[in-house]
Design a protein around this ligand. Structure first.
Ligand code: CS2
Length: 496
């Protein structure tokens, strides 16, 4: 470290960039913004921005630079930092065999929308912006996944309907931007591309936006139906929450100070429905798969990868594992996850020709075991309530319908309920991060966690799974976990 010349990333140039850090292989000052992206978190920086960086380096087509936009007040400090370094940051891609650092140059502009909403609207309305993409998490869509309708009553939505100047939701910004675009007729056409782990993410985005416009401006809704497309997409790259260790590694290896550094696994996948209203970059040249129907890919990924994360998340966290790679290397947890994938989830899936599901399951076990990314149990457990709904409820419904064995799924629900107590097997406290369970709900259900499954929306419109047999199974696992600890209970289950 001592012989390294320490410098801030913003001060590096193509000429001075340490060779092992890999400077973007295109001239950033020639790049035009063709994509506006809302939600510039770690995942976007490790996934979409990396694909676009590859695309511009490989093809020389520089029309697809990204302007990263943040709309949540809490995004401010990070976006200011990223803006100070002109959108440049390091991405470390690593697994147990290789580590590669690179500077990503595809984010050429950064904008914190609440500070200057008009600037954000103007950017979103600019005709040369041909794609507006999003990673705003499930919650950002303001969509009721059970009733399949827009949360029109949400206070932020009500605020935006009455206050066009300072919007709070993505829809408030899109309303004004699309209104400006509609004045250009067909020339204003645009693609809204959701990149969140939400089943049928494009369809949800479309329904939610049209739901908003029904109240804001129904005639604009009609224009949107013709001139805006909402392709569904499946996105995949395990990206732990970025932190100190990513920054330290870049500093140690290259002498570069980068508070926006992000680390991710080497695996990357993006499958998108080829439905772009205003053109698209030739992403197939950098490994993106285009398809007419993304659902088999999306369902497989959500049920196998995200579902397994939950399966090992709560029980592993209760057992005292704070890292995913360590949890999956525990023989009992690995067995549980393998059984879940092979016996519960895989039989509910449609075979995919270019994604053989047996191989995929094997790859997942290896990916979960990646010790260099040291993925966080806390991350995969956070917002567990919504994730259970979106990734696991569909598996449970299918398994029950097929009259299958529900013991692992009932264990999963029981481990989630026990996890909500915030104390692990060793009596240590665990931070619980839940966005869609209020503190009141958590408190009120403390004496009877099962009530969360009975009365409220977790089982929602699935009366079949409200069946008492399944609830009895959950209750019995919960009692077992409370009596002997989650890990001992899991071992007993695997023996049985
Ligand atoms: C994780 C995902 O937190 C979670 O829900 O399962 O973030 C997962 O790491 C990504 O979907 C991988 O593509």
């Amino acid at each position: 470290m001592s012989e390294l010349n320490v410098q801030a990333i913003v001060d590096i140039t193509a000429g001075s960039c340490p060779q092992a850090l890999h400077w973007p292989a295109f001239n950033r000052s020639d790049v035009e913004v063709g994509i506006a992206h809302i939600g510039v978190g770690g995942f976007h920086r490790a996934h979409q921005a990396r694909y676009l960086d590859d695309l511009m380096a490989g093809s020389g087509d520089l029309h697809w630079g990204i302007c990263g936009i943040g709309i949540r007040p809490e995004d401010k400090p990070f976006l200011e930092t990223l803006a100070r370094q002109k959108g440049l940051y390091t991405l470390t891609e690593k697994d147990d065999d290789q580590t590669r650092d690179r500077v990503i140059g595809s984010l050429v502009d950064v904008l914190f929308a609440p500070e200057d909403p008009q600037r954000a609207v103007d950017l979103l309305a600019r005709p040369s912006v041909r794609i507006i993409s999003t990673t705003i998490t499930e919650g950002g869509y303001l969509y009721d996944f059970e009733k399949h309708r827009f949360f029109h009553d949400h206070p932020d939505v009500q605020h935006d309907l009455g206050n066009r100047v300072q919007p709070k939701t993505i829809y408030g910004y899109l309303w004004q931007a699309l209104e400006a675009r509609s004045k250009l007729g067909a020339g204003g056409a645009v693609t809204l591309l959701s990149c969140d782990n939400v089943p049928h993410n494009g369809d949800v985005f479309r329904k939610a936006l049209l739901g908003f416009l029904e109240h804001a401006d129904p005639s604009l809704g009609l224009w949107v139906q013709t001139h805006v497309s909402f392709p569904n997409s499946m996105v995949d790259r395990i990206t732990p929450a970025p932190g100190e260790s990513d920054q330290q590694a870049v500093l140690q290896r290259h002498g570069v100070v980068d508070p926006c550094a992000v680390g991710a696994e080497t695996f990357i996948q993006w499958v998108i429905e080829d439905d772009f209203k205003a053109g698209r970059p030739a992403l197939e040249t950098v490994g993106v798969q285009f398809t007419a129907d993304v659902s088999p890919y999306e369902t497989a990924k959500l049920r196998l990868l995200n579902g397994s994360h939950l399966m090992m998340g709560f029980i592993g966290y209760l057992a005292g594992y704070t890292r995913v790679d360590m949890a999956i290397k525990d023989p009992a947890i690995r067995q549980l996850v393998k059984d879940y994938m092979a016996l519960d989830a895989a039989p509910t899936l449609t075979p995919i020709q270019d994604m053989p599901l047996d191989d995929y399951q094997g790859q997942l076990i290896a990916r979960f075991g990646n010790s260099t990314i040291a993925d966080q149990q806390q991350r995969i457990c956070s917002d567990g309530y919504t994730k259970l709904k979106n990734y696991l409820m569909p598996v449970l419904t299918d398994v029950i319908e097929a009259g299958g064995d529900t013991r692992r799924l009932s264990l999963l629900f029981a481990s989630f309920l026990k996890y909500l107590d915030g104390v692990n097997d060793a009596g240590e406290s665990m931070p619980i991060i839940e966005f869609n369970l209020s503190r009141e709900q958590l408190h009120a259900s403390a004496a009877d966690r099962l009530s969360l499954l009975k009365v409220d929306a977790l089982f929602g419109e699935h009366p079949d799974v409200r069946d008492t047999r399944f609830l009895d199974e959950v209750a019995s696992h919960l009692a077992g976990i409370r009596a002997r600890g989650a890990y001992a209970h899991l071992k007993l289950l695997l023996q049985g």
